[in-house]
Design a protein around this ligand. Sequence first.
Ligand SMILES: [Mn+2]
Length: 353
Amino acid sequence: MITLTINSVPVLFIKAFTSLDVATIMDFVRKAAEAHPGTGSDVLFIDTPITPATVEAVTRLQSENFRVIFRDHHGIDGEPRNDREKQVAAATAKLNKLLGDDCRITVRRLHPACSTLVEAGEFSTAAAIIADPDPDGLTAAMKAAGISYPDLDCDAVKLDGEPQFQVTGSPLSQLLAKGMAVIPSYDPLNPRARQEAHQKLFSDWVKAVEGDAAATQRLWQGCLDYDQAKAVSQALSKTATALTPGVFMVDVTKESLYDPGTLNALLEERPNCRITILRKSLGPIAAVHGIQYSLSVTRRYQDSVNLFDLVPTDVRTGPQAGVISNVSFLLHTSEEIFNQHVLPALLSKTLDS
Ligand SMILES: [Mn+2]
């Protein structure tokens, strides 16, 4: 959880999955409204996952007389293809019913960045903004609250794209993208480090956008770390092994600082590379299970390869269950799930469907 006050608007960055997350949202909005009694009752949700917990938070806010406005681009494009997509579609229907015209859920194909779903300053008098804790959520919340710059929408599209394109935006945007790339992974031995670094990066970046020289200087340090991480990734890419034709795996468990975007881009240059796999000792699943495997489908194969096909359709998701997947081209699993389901499926299936 990250909180910022942007142009006087209290902003909470959170993904709501649990009842604890719902309570965090309720607490944040109530306190924000109490602290600024003169502001309106509008609460904007932007770029937040469409989950049952999100629906519950929206319902409870409405019952406390807040007006919730929901804008997002994670709607299901076409018919739901699996249980997770069905859940998103069901939650989308509930939000549409609860909010009517105040609910605008579109798809990434039409709106690759959420900043395009708000006007600059449209929510500058909102009681609070609830946003996804990623650069897309940050740029969208910032624009909604009234801090923007001419390239913001173009930058946001790159920031919310694949890792190797995230660092290709304006110089300002690169400070955020490179800083994000070197935020330490979640480490159970130092559980607060990742969140503190994340909070500081977001805070410094908003200040940098507003012209703060000291914050900009601090962000430059992150860029130096990024350059070093990039060099480590170049070395790591040479250690890749092919599990099956077109599927390349790298063990990064011994590296604390590397850039996954650079590594994946180098792996994608291998012949017929369809899926890249990183075996990691850090990350939300690794925090519970020790090791996690992070799979991603290369760009040219994203329409033909669906990673949901590699796990049973009724599989539970979340760090405890050892499976995390929000889009069909990214999948994170525990070592157990990887060995039990993912690897056999990779070895037995032809990858083009
Ligand atoms: Mn987004």
